[in-house]
Structures are given as structure tokens and as C-alpha cells.
Design a protein. Structure first.
Length: 254
């Protein structure tokens, strides 16, 4: 039996983007000789790509926040036209605190404000005009106009979710379509049809991965809710390579 592992990242495979130990790399590469793995995370796509390259790991990756995935050496992404983005920005210009997002090859910010820079993606470019199609854009808009923006996005057939709110503003993440862990999981299952699916996570927010998996694993350091749903709980937490050791254990069950 060959396995396809749907692997959450921060809190599951690693913690705070730490590099793997040499023993962990060996275990993981042994698993990947006969099996497949896809790291599915909110982390930026380039962050995930750098991490697997730095650790010498050959696996698929999918960034939910960037709306881009690299699966079996093919790219999957959905983009919003630059015209649509500029229409939104122009229409709500006076109510926008800041916007930040990603094109395929760069991160960008408009309405730049130094006091909000902790929100911004790494290595961003300040742009007055968006002239490239966008994978995802986050708009921080005043609370009194957030409902109007949501209505406009619905009318424009764009997908959005609220990712933060305070007394002054709400931040909406906007995409062309839903690009989440369930969708990525279904793409992977279609590509790797003959593989038995494993899901490993620390968070109840990843329950959709469990719904399409044959083997479900929760991290020792995970939410109590996801532990109740899982078939297995790792013996070790993410700081002691619990996910990788569990994969090695499952491999030897064959």
C-alpha cells in the first residue's frame, strides 16, 4: 500500500518554521521513497517552497493564503484580473486603511501606512496601480463600509472571508474562488488515485481533511476537539517530530 499524506505545517510538521533534524529528514525521505506528501498551510507559498528546499524534502505544497499550489510539478492557482482589483480599490478608496496581497511572482501593498506594516507580507512592493493579475488580496476597510464591500464582492462573484476585526476596521481576504484544504485534498486524491490518504493536523479547523482521508491523525499538542475526531494521536508533539515518527510507524505497518 502506498500512502498520500495531507500534512498541516505550523504546529504539526514543525513549529515556527524550524528546520528538521538530520534524523527527521532521513525518516521523512524514507517515507517519500514509496509515498507522497503534500504540505497544506496558511503559510505563504514562497515560505513553504523555501522550507522544503532548505530541508531537501521533495513533496507537494499548497498555500491557502496565497491561493497557489505546486502538485506533481504542476502549478494550480486562481487569479483575479487587475482591472477587477483596481475597480474595487477605486470604489472604496476613501474607506480603505491598507491592502496587501500576492501576485504570482511578488507580494504587494497599496495604501501603505507605516503603523500597519506588521500586517504586510515579507519582501513586499508598494504599488499605486495594480497591473498584474492577483492570486489573493487582503483589504482592511473601515467597519462602516465593510458590509458594502462584502455586498460588492458577492455581486462580483468573488470569494471572501474575514481574517480579523477591531473597533475601527475589518480585514477581508479576497480570492477568485474558494481555495482551501478540502479543495486541495480533492485535487490530490484525483491525481494520486491509487494511494491511501492520511491526514495529520493539530487544529479542528482542518477537519475537512479528515473527511476525505482513510487514516486520521491528531498531534499530541493539538486541539482537544481534533483529538476526539482522530483515529490516532501522535506519541510526541511537533517539537519532537511527532508527525514524522507517526508516518514512519504507519509505513512499517505494511
Amino acid at each position: 500500500m502506498n500512502y498520500l499524506c495531507l500534512m498541516d505545517f505550523d504546529g504539526t510538521l514543525t513549529n515556527n518554521l524550524i528546520d528538521l533534524t538530520s534524523d527527521s529528514k532521513l525518516l521523512l525521505n524514507n517515507f517519500l521513497k514509496d509515498n507522497k506528501m503534500c504540505i497544506i498551510s496558511e503559510e505563504k507559498f514562497n515560505t513553504l517552497l523555501d522550507w522544503i528546499n532548505n530541508n531537501g524534502i521533495k513533496c507537494d505544497i499548497a498555500s491557502i493564503s496565497s491561493s497557489i499550489a505546486k502538485i506533481n510539478d504542476s502549478y494550480y492557482y486562481s487569479s483575479i484580473s487587475s482591472i477587477t482589483i483596481m475597480d474595487i480599490i477605486n470604489k472604496f478608496n476613501n474607506s480603505i486603511y491598507t491592502t496587501f496581497g500576492e501576485a504570482k511572482d511578488f507580494s504587494f501593498v497599496t495604501h501603505y501606512k507605516d503603523r500597519l506594516k506588521f500586517f504586510y507580507p515579507k519582501n513586499f512592493i508598494i504599488k499605486d496601480i495594480i497591473d498584474s493579475d492577483i492570486l489573493t488580496i487582503n483589504i482592511a476597510i473601515s467597519n462602516d463600509k465593510s458590509d458594502d464591500l462584502k455586498k460588492y464582492l458577492n455581486e462580483s462573484n468573488l470569494y471572501f472571508e474575514s481574517i480579523g476585526k477591531d473597533k475601527n476596521r475589518e480585514i477581508l481576504r479576497i480570492k477568485k474562488e474558494i481555495f482551501n484544504k478540502l479543495k486541495i485534498g480533492k485535487i490530490l486524491k484525483n491525481i494520486y488515485k491509487d494511494y491511501k490518504v492520511i491526514a495529520i493536523t493539530d487544529s479542528i479547523s482542518d477537519l475537512d481533511m479528515f473527511k476525505i482521508s482513510d487514516i486520521t491523525i491528531a498531534m499530541k499538542n493539538g486541539d482537544n476537539e481534533i483529538k476526539k475526531m482522530a483515529q490516532y494521536i501522535t506519541e510526541f508533539d511537533q517539537e519532537h517530530n511527532g508527525a514524522i515518527k507517526m508516518l514512519d510507524y504507519i509505513c512499517h505497518l505494511k
